[in-house]
Design a protein around this ligand. Sequence first.
Ligand SMILES: [Zn+2]
Length: 395
Amino acid sequence: MTSPDRAGTSLSRALTLAHTHRVAHRSDLTERLGLTRTATGLILRELETLSLIRTAVATRADTGVPTIGRPSHAVEIHPDAPTVLAVHVQATSVLIAQARLGGVLGPVDEVPLPARATPESVLGLIADLLSARLVTPDRPPFGIGLALPSAVGSDGTALAAHHLAWPHAVPARRLLTGLLARAGHGDVRVHVGNDANLAALAESRHGAGQGAAQMLYVMTGQVGVGGGLVVDGRLHVGSAGYALEVGHTPVPRGKRPCRCGNRGCLEVEADPTALLDAAGLSTTEPTLDAVRAVIARRSVDPSARAAVDLVTRRLAGGIASLINILNPDRVVLGGMHAELLAAEGKRLRAGISRHSFLDQAARVELRPAELAASALIGAAEVALQPLLDEPRLLV
Ligand SMILES: [Zn+2]
């Protein structure tokens, strides 16, 4: 007889395995859980009762006829499983979408940020966007996940949203929860995280990090460098939530001044601004398209070649330092770093080997990020996490 606690843990494990695409059939689940077929059947029945998982007898795709012999039960996310709302504050706009278990995003709406993007105006806009979506004839969203371009503490405080010019330590979760309560939505749980951390979580569970035990994610969009470390499916957040500010990793021979007060951080040595500066194309709006144009010209334009070489070396130095400290089994690169991996993969790998004292650094897998809206998917992940941890919350 399985004890209630043990069964609760198995429910969580079964739901998490289905959510992260690691089981397709009931037999996979039985094997993964290490339970008998009967015990797995009980777990599945409870998850079906909660409308979280659905099992279906697999059929021959061509005829729809059940397969011969012992039927193979496909395990899938229930179509009526709860949804969450995910929000990502970017440099000039807010993205919002509904999301469901399995890392599935609904249509993404993009709304421009207010002209003066103060904490009050941005969080007010988000509260309005959420309120409009919380009033629904269907089952209300289970929770809300918010991805911010800032280091975010475990208490939901945005410590340093430099790119939005927010003041130090904005209590984002408390402010947003208060705004929603005033709009009559005081019972919905709000989760807040750093956007690159959340993107790392999403890539680990649904993208290029699947199957890795310790996945390091490093990315750059327009300004600065972010990332995260996911260990056994969970973000490593440190004691107060601020761990893995990978952008402030010192880079060998780096000299450029950083907003943090140091010099030579990965943040300023290997972002689009650094590449465009090195190519003699200083701009106030560094875009991925401008970066791609420089990378494309590198075989015919010596200044583009020199810029790509320099930033690839700097990136390699930063990644090597992180590998030395963290010893991940896979490194996933996003944004401009994924472009450099595609264009200069050999040079990047050689640079990492040169700068890392760990022999195995040369064998650490480098992969480009796969997800289009990874921070949004990651925001949904943290909103879904209480349910993944305790599926009986729905009872
Ligand atoms: Zn720095």
